[in-house]
Design a protein around this ligand. Structure first.
Ligand code: SAH
Ligand code: SF4
Length: 360
């Protein structure tokens, strides 16, 4: 169901999980409910996991009856679970077309849910398993939100502290549905997460970064992965449309309006042996990021079947990191989590096939 639905014309029943808080209110007042009914129904759904209108006893009987006629609440269920030796869990949702994946990463001080926004991805980055599988379709807002509802149910008392849009797909190519999902995640009657605990990772769809900044403020992570356009053109076809200079300018524009990114934007940089991991590349990266307040996250490359890349050695990654640190950049090296269940970055394909393990 499209979230841009004309609320006056209902040809089919509406799944309320597709409505952001404002649309929920419009929808409910259009059927004669009180202004605060939207808050109440959101609380039932997102705080109490209640999907049955008949049980929402603080909603008037008349409105409950109408809701049963014109609306429904349907979550997409997880159909499979894989647990890694490091505690990471991968949950699979079977949609008609294909499977999507959601990854739960518990750590000492936080627990992060990595969610998918599309089935596959059209952008075909060379080093990414999702990109290699091609694009199928955008997820609806309800399919995005269902991943969180389901995870919360599975985790029972354990709290989710962070949500990252780093699963399958390019979130900014599914902008409207992702923005609606972000609004539900941020809303106090929704999941009520602070903007600093939500991260959207993008390969850099410039018009969408500008549009996002008008609509919602969350942490931004940029998949830069190269220190110059020659290298980026080679591994990320999107760079031919939106090159590094244009991308970094749009990041600056986003940062100007953003409170969530007060400590700088996250720059993601996958470490590919002999492609982008030289000392010169590290120096060049520091140079191009000079004017962008940023934290750099170096990602050891995760292997998958039929790929020609090799990850940089841990020794090389440390040298690279130290150059950036000396230039004043806060630099972290991402720990690979859930590798034994193919749940690590860039290993998500929705297919349950065995891929070779990553050897650093
Ligand atoms: N499409 C978005 C978000 C999903 S990918 C984006 O590209 O930003 C999440 C992160 O994993 C991105 O930084 C992506 O570039 C990185 N990634 C993709 N394939 C990878 C691989 N095989 N090994 C390590 N990181 C990978
Ligand atoms: Fe798509 Fe991101 Fe993978 Fe590139 S890295 S193919 S943008 S999911």
């Amino acid at each position: 169901m499209d979230t841009n639905i004309n609320l006056n014309v209902f040809h089919s029943k509406v799944n309320l999980l597709n409505l952001d808080p404002k649309k929920m209110q419009l929808f409910l007042t259009s059927i004669g409910a009180k202004n605060f009914a939207a808050d109440q129904i959101m609380k039932w759904i997102y705080n109490h996991n209640c999907y049955d209108f008949n049980k929402m006893l603080n909603i008037s009987k008349n409105i409950r009856k109408k809701l049963n006629q014109i609306a429904y609440i349907k979550i997409s269920n997880f159909s499979e679970e894989k647990v890694s030796s490091d505690g990471t869990k991968k949950w699979i949702t079977s949609l008609n077309e294909q499977k999507i994946e959601t990854v739960y990463i518990p750590e000492k001080k936080r627990s992060t849910l990595c969610i998918s926004s599309q089935i596959g991805c059209a952008l075909k980055c060379d080093f990414c398993a999702t990109g290699k599988q091609g694009f199928n379709r955008n997820l609806t807002t309800s399919e995005i939100i269902s991943q969180i509802l389901q995870a919360k149910k599975k985790l029972k008392d354990k709290k989710l502290t962070n949500i990252v849009f780093m699963g399958m797909g390019e979130p900014l190519l599914n902008l409207n549905n992702v923005i609606a999902a972000l609004k539900i995640i941020l809303n106090k009657n929704g999941f009520g997460l602070s903007k600093r605990r939500i991260t959207l990772s993008t390969s850099g769809i410039i018009p969408a970064i500008d549009k996002l900044s008008q609509k919602v403020d969350v942490n931004l992570a940029i998949s830069l992965h190269a220190s110059n356009n020659d290298i980026r053109n080679l591994i990320m076809p999107i760079n031919k449309k939106y090159n590094i200079e244009l991308l970094l300018n749009s990041v600056s524009r986003y940062l100007k309006n953003s409170n969530a990114n007060r400590n700088g934007v996250t720059i993601e940089y996958v470490m590919l042996k002999n492609i982008n991991d030289s000392i010169k590349n590290a120096e060049e990266l520091a140079y191009i990021l000079k004017k962008i307040p940023s934290k750099i996250n170096l990602i050891p490359w995760n292997s998958f079947k039929n790929s020609s890349f090799t990850s940089s050695t841990i020794n090389r990654i440390n040298i690279f990191a130290n150059i950036l640190r000396k230039k004043g950049f806060s630099t972290t090296i991402r720990k690979n989590r859930g590798e034994d269940i193919n749940a690590a970055c860039g290993q998500l394909t929705g297919n349950i096939i065995n891929r070779s393990k990553n050897h650093l």
